[in-house]
Design a protein around this ligand. Structure first.
Ligand code: FE2
Ligand code: FE2
Length: 193
């Protein structure tokens, strides 16, 4: 099968086909939202950035022990372009893949993947349970609290920010804003007051 540029609809269908879990789907939408936001800000192709965000963890539900590898296989079977596959795999650099983030898109994905989890957990402890109320300083306050969102590896986020040459505050701010754009889809719009 030859390579063709996938549409968002195709990416979404693949995501749903391989991920039934609500939380994994929401994680995909959150990463998509942030990728779109930062891609737009950097005057890049927002659609591509969003699509990579959507499918970066494609295999995680069905093949947790072969995370990244299986995503590569599935996308190749579907004729996805090499650049897209490379980008998806690079988010797991040093963990489940040996593809180091090189492009701007890849570095951003690497930097914000875990950060979306920290922002989501910060939103959930607000009385409103809304990402609309999350501020950079509330996320930073929880940076050193290892028990808070314990699964989020802060050192990966820091390494990502360093690769990009952006400050942590800017990265957190962009991540919050990107997630705010998809607040409804990720279940963090908050309680109606
Ligand atoms: Fe992953
Ligand atoms: Fe992820």
């Amino acid at each position: 099968m030859g390579e063709k540029i996938p549409t968002r609809q195709e990416a979404l269908e693949l995501l749903h086909q391989y991920n039934e879990s609500d939380s994994l789907r929401k994680h995909a939408y959150a990463v998509e939202g942030v990728m779109r936001f930062i891609g737009r800000k950097r005057e890049q192709d927002e659609e591509t950035w969003g699509i990579i965000g959507l499918i970066h963890d494609l295999d995680y539900e069905k093949f947790p022990d072969q995370h990244c590898q299986k995503t590569g296989e599935i996308l190749r079977e579907h004729g996805w372009p090499k650049e897209h596959i490379r980008a998806a795999l690079s988010h797991g650099w040093g963990i489940c893949s040996d593809v180091a983030p090189e492009t701007e898109l890849e570095k951003v994905l690497y930097a914000i993947d875990e950060l979306t989890g920290l922002v989501a957990t910060t939103a959930l402890i607000r009385p409103s349970k809304s990402v609309m109320d999350v501020q950079v300083k509330s996320v930073k306050n929880k940076w050193k609290d290892k028990r808070f969102a314990a699964g989020v590896d802060r050192s990966i986020i820091e390494k990502g920010a360093q690769m990009l040459g952006v400050g942590l505050d800017e990265l957190i701010d962009d991540t919050i804003k990107g997630m705010q754009e998809v607040a409804e889809a990720i279940g963090l719009k908050g309680n109606p007051s």
